[in-house]
Design a protein around this ligand. Structure first.
Ligand code: NI
Length: 168
């Protein structure tokens, strides 16, 4: 995954986060094309017993975009808006990630990511310094959130690479 390596290098140098997130989207697209479509059962196969499958990861990324979309809009529009945390394993189980198709998860991710990036591109330094109040982490600025999400992309790209490598 050449692009991922480039992303990691730029991340280490504190590069352009928007470019990072576009790269990540391309990488997720490549990752989603990994197993051929006639191997749908492999996409739902966990990395190991009790671990996440490719579909779980992609739906988690899609739902992370929902959370990011909501938080970014709250922070921009309201002063010191409260931000609630969420339990990703409960979301996986109770929101039935097991029933999701990989195409639907990926389409949701791409649509929301594009909408989020469009908003992101117009943010001023003053916007980036606006904060929400996270239930567990306290004051959190949009700039900080941007770093968190860039790191989150890289984490899950590595995880997807690992899962693909573990599939028979
Ligand atoms: Ni995650």
């Amino acid at each position: 995954m050449r692009l991922l390596v480039e992303s990691e290098q730029r991340e280490a140098r504190g590069g352009d986060r928007r470019a990072e997130q576009r790269k990540a989207e391309q990488e997720f697209a490549r990752a989603s094309c990994g197993p051929p479509p006639d191997h749908a059962e492999r996409q739902g196969k966990p990395e190991r017993e009790g671990k996440w499958s490719i579909v779980h990861v992609l739906q988690h990324l899609a739902d992370s975009e929902v959370v990011w979309a909501w938080r970014m809009r709250l922070i921009l529009a309201q002063d010191r808006a409260p931000l609630t945390g969420y339990d990703q394993d409960l979301w996986r189980d109770r929101l039935r990630y097991r029933d999701v198709s990989m195409t639907d998860a990926f389409d949701q991710f791409v649509t929301l990511r594009r909408a989020n990036l469009r908003l992101w591109q117009g943010l001023s330094p003053a916007d980036l310094s606006r904060v929400g109040l996270h239930g567990e982490r306290g004051e959190e600025s949009l700039e900080h959130m941007r770093r968190l999400y860039a790191a989150h992309d890289l984490l899950h790209l590595r995880q997807l690479t690992r899962i693909f490598a573990s599939l028979p």
